[in-house]
Each structure stands twice: as C-alpha cells, then as structure tokens.
Write a protein that binds this ligand. Structure first.
Ligand code: TEU
Length: 561
C-alpha cells in the first residue's frame, strides 16, 4: 500500500495576522505578535500554520491585494522578522504555509503599473485589457467589454484613463487579474514561489487558484433571472480550459524535489469530479482543495439572501464529498475562515448553548476524513460580531454591497440586517486573549471593534477550564494524532433524513467509530443497532448519557471492535 503523506494526520491553524496579536500598539496584529503566541498553538496541538497575506499591500482587500510578492508589509514587520518567526515556528515543531494570491495583483504592483502605462508596454499582456464594447463610448453604461460582475459589486471591468481601455478585475478594482495565458506571467510566479520555499516556508494556500485559467474569448455571461446589472461570468473563469495544465506546470517547476510541502487550492465553485482530478496524487497538482459547497447550504442566489440551515442539506453535501474523494484525492475540512461568519453563530447557538454547540460542531467536523482547518478564535468558540452600525463594517465586500443597495433606494437598516449574518467582518474581529482591555489583543486602538463578549470568551479563561471549547479542540486534535481510524477510516453516513441528528461511522479494519451530533437545543432520540454499551471515546457532557439519545447540542464518539 502507498505510504500516507505527512499531512494526512495533520491539523492546520489559520492565522489572520491583522487580528491575531499586536506587539507594537498600532492596533493591527503583526508578526512579532504571532511569535509571542506560539505557545497557545503548541498547547492546542496543531501541526501547520497558514498565514493570511503579510506582503506589502495597499490593504484594499486586507492584504489579498499584493503590491510586492517578495517582502513584508511594514504594518506586519520585516523580512528579518519573518525569518525569525519561521525559525520559531519550526523550533516549536510546526510548519508554516504562505497565502499565495496570484490570480490578481494590486493595481499598485510594479507589473501592473508597467502594464497600464501604454498599449505597447512589454507587460501590457500580463493583464486582461480590452477596448470598450463595439460602437459604445468608453465609460458609458454597457460599454464594459463583458457583462461580468465583480465579487465586490459592480462591473468586473475598470476603464483606465492612461490608454482608454478596460482591465479585468474579478474582485476589487484594485485587484487586476493576471493573464496566465502569458508564459512570462507563469514564470514570474514560479520564480517567486521558489524564492519563498528557499527561505524555508513549507507550502502554499493558493487563493482562488481555479480562476487563473479564463476562456480567452471572454464571452458574455448568460443572465439568470431579472438580476442586477451584471451577470455571473463563472462559466468562463472557474476551472477554465488550461487550469490543470497550469497547476501541473507549477508543480513541475516549483515543487519537484521538495516532497515535504503542503499545497492547498482554494476553489470556489469546484465540483467533486474536478476535485478528484486536482487532488489525485498521480496527477501532481495540489494536495487538497478548499471547496465551498457546504458553505452555500444556508443561502439563496447570493450570500446576502441568508436562510436557516436545513441539516439534511449539510449532511448530504459533506457525505457526497466524503464518498467522492474516498479512493482518490483528499478533503479539506472547515467550518470557518476569514471569509465566513463564525460557525457557532451560523450553525450553532451562540447564546445559552455556546460552549456545547461549538464543541458539537467541532466534533462532527473533526471526525470526518480529511485535513481539518481551525480558524483563529474558532478554538475559543468566538461568535459573530454585533455589527451594530454600518461604521463597524471594515470589509470591502460588505461596504460595497451596503453602498450599492442603499444607492438603489433600499432601506439602510434592512440592508445592514441582511449583511449581518454573512459578513466577512464577523470573522475578522480581534482574537480574544484575556479579559484585559481590548481582550489583550493590543495596547492601542484595535483596527476592528473587539467583540464585547471577550470578558467571558477568551483564551486565558478557556485554558484554565477543562470543559472549555479550547480543551475540546485540543482533545479532538490529539485524537486524530493517535487514531488511524480517524485519519483513514471509511466514512458512512447514517440517519440521512434526520433533521436533528448528524450521525456517521468511520471504519478501519476491525475498529469502528460512531459519531453523533445533536444540531438542536432539545433532546434527540437515536436508535442504532449494536452500539448500546459501546466505549465512549469523547463527548461534550460530563455526566454520562443513558442510552444512545442525545441531550441539547450533545456530541459523542463511540467505539466498538
Ligand atoms: O476568497 C475567494 C472567494 O471567492 C470568497 O470566499 C470570497 O470572499 C467570497 O466569494 C465573497 O463573497 C479569496 C480570499 O479568501 C478572500 O479573502 C479574498 O477577498 C478573495 O479571494 C480575493 O483575493
């Protein structure tokens, strides 16, 4: 049998540097802050740290708009400081993975400045430039080269005065898309990646990497419903014609001879079948993908059309991914990252049952087959931000959406109410370290409001409490490290139609684990043959259960041979 890769039993922890720990009192987290908190991560037991972008950036999209790929933004520190952090991470027995944002650069990157300067600039073709639509005056409504909308509201095209042509930006207008059809672009990206690996980093999380290959014809998108002014062009840039070729080339050029890396592709809209191709080890593309299907179960056409979770939908999608990547490929497992609301507020109960529901959700996720990702603060059961007023929004996505809707005449209070449950701002409030002012995150004024519940929800209180969310995550991570069945066991979903209970087994050889999670605040009956009297491996109630039934938000893992 092929040996399993080192990351098969690893747990990854995502750090959002802006909001993790501030060492110098400017209100923004930094590399020295991260260094000072490595013991917290060591105690938790995670193996790999993934750093959201720390490169020089105008911070239009909080660092996902990069001005210089080979440096550190002064707000976060220096390259020397980065090397010190990396050495410390390694000394603590962990690995460090960088965020690789190469679908686009900042409009302040030297490549783009050169590209925009003139139509015959040697770097003109490094980005997607197009004239106005035939017969229309540049800048007039409808003159954009295609009808595609940007992820951050409005058109995906920006008219640039220097040459009177438009450039493509799937995200903010300060994030022009690189043209991967151009081999010089690909070579420049590969060279930059090798530079980081030579520095000692252990891999990359690749931002929207399934958007790098576009249909070069850039056709208009098909318009669904009455919709807005702009349409979803995804059909022409998600997993485009050359995506596998580009990733295989990158793998050859960058990863050859470096077997101990971790590569994970963030891929909105990726299907199970595509994911099998991307993560089949024989194809040498990426180790695992971040897929989005389970993050769409509580929304309508857009993320702002939020509705309550139907548990059977969540189970059905996750089980499909477990089955689809059972023989070939590998799953990433996550509830949270810097783009998603806090899971305890989203699928749990962030009031009375906060601890119980956060630990239940963690148990269900971590017992799936795949690599679990923990997003900073998730291990404390941090909750959504109150977002009491529009002034508390910091994220370009929610601010642009708010402005667009209010300009269209919608009621501002209602717009804010629709933004509240799904805003990315929810995930980006400062990490809650202790009960001191600003939650111990900074001695200055935090760039984003600290969640007022920090006096109760914080790392100091939770490390001191054996029943905390923190210690539950620690136990789950330790379980994965000690159990081959958790890492490699076959997954079988049970109770498909149950709207209250999430149940599945994992089996390896003679050993079988049963995982049960109650997604509600009321008691749940569970009837399953042959599990009465089985050994309890882990649960989130101190008092023993009677039978298999579940108490409010209870989770249990049973074992039998
Ligand atoms: O996100 C890509 C992405 O498609 C999203 O999760 C995005 O936040 C969502 O669709 C908006 O509704 C990645 C990064 O994780 C995100 O922070 C960046 O803003 C984005 O790429 C652009 O680099």
């Amino acid at each position: 049998a092929p040996t399993t890769p080192w990351w098969a039993d690893a747990v990854v922890y995502q750090i959002y540097p802006r909001s993790f720990a501030d060492s110098d009192g400017d209100g923004i987290g930094d590399l020295a802050g991260i260094r000072s908190r490595l013991d917290h991560l060591r105690t938790l037991g995670v193996d790999v740290l993934w750093l959201s972008p720390v490169y020089p950036s105008p911070q239009d999209d909080a660092g996902y708009d990069i001005r210089d790929y080979q440096g550190i933004d002064p707000v976060f520190g220096t390259l020397e400081g980065f090397d010190e952090l990396l050495a410390d991470v390694h000394a603590h027995g962990m690995k460090l993975v960088m965020d690789l944002v190469v679908n686009h650069t900042s409009d302040e990157h030297a490549w783009f400045e050169e590209s925009r300067a003139s139509k015959d600039s040697p770097k003109r073709d490094w980005y997607w430039w197009r004239p106005a639509r035939e017969g229309l005056e540049p800048g007039t409504p409808g003159a954009e080269p295609t009808n595609w909308g940007s992820f951050f509201s409005g058109s995906a095209w920006q008219l640039d005065d220097a040459t009177g042509e438009y450039y493509l930006h799937l995200f903010s207008r300060k994030q022009p898309d690189l043209n991967w059809e151009n081999p010089e672009v690909r070579q420049a990206v590969c060279a930059m990646m090798r530079w980081w690996l030579d520095r000692g980093v252990d891999g990359f999380r690749m931002d929207v990497i399934n958007m790098i290959s576009k249909d070069p014809a850039l056709p208009d998108a098909h318009v669904v419903g009455s919709g807005g002014l702009f349409a979803d062009g995804g059909a022409y840039y998600l997993c485009g014609p050359r995506i596998h070729e580009f990733l295989q080339e990158m793998s050859r050029e960058v990863f050859t001879g470096r077997p101990e890396l971790l590569t994970v592709g963030e891929m909105p809209g990726v299907t199970v079948d595509e994911a099998r191709l991307f993560t089949d080890p024989a194809r040498r593309e990426v180790d695992m993908v971040f897929q989005f299907e389970h993050m769409g179960v509580d929304q309508g056409l857009t993320k702002w059309d939020h509705h309550p979770l139907k548990l059977t939908d969540l189970k059905a999608t996750l089980a499909r991914w477990q089955a689809g990547l059972a023989d070939v490929g590998w799953n990433s497992l996550y509830w949270n990252n810097h783009d998603q609301p806090r899971v305890v507020s989203r699928f749990g109960d962030d009031g009375e049952h906060r601890v119980r529901s956060a630990t239940m959700l963690a148990t269900v996720l971590h017992l799936h087959r795949g690599t679990p990702y923990v997003y900073q603060g998730e291990e404390l059961g941090m909750t959504n931000a109150p977002l009491r007023s529009v002034d508390e929004l910091r994220d370009i996505e929610s601010i642009n959406h708010y402005r667009q809707e209010v300009a269209a005449g919608r009621d501002p209070e209602q717009v804010l109410a629709s933004i509240r449950p799904m805003a990315r701002d929810n995930a980006r409030t400062p990490m809650q370290w202790d009960a001191s002012p600003h939650a111990g995150f900074t001695t200055g004024t935090p760039w984003s409001e600290v969640n007022p519940n920090y006096t109760e929800v914080n790392a100091a209180a939770e490390t001191a409490d054996p029943d905390s969310v923190f210690h539950h995550y620690r136990r789950l991570i330790a379980l994965r490290h000690s159990s081959r069945t958790v890492v490699l066991g076959d997954f079988t979903l049970l109770l498909h139609d149950d709207e209250q209970v999430y149940a599945f087994t994992r089996r390896l050889g003679n050993e079988e684990l049963l995982v049960l999670g109650n997604f509600s605040g009321s008691d749940a009956e569970v009837e399953l043959e042959g599990w009465e009297g089985s050994e309890l491996v882990l649960g989130n109630y101190r008092e023993p259960a009677e039978g298999l039934g579940l108490r409010p938000w209870e989770a249990r893992v049973h074992r039998r041979e």
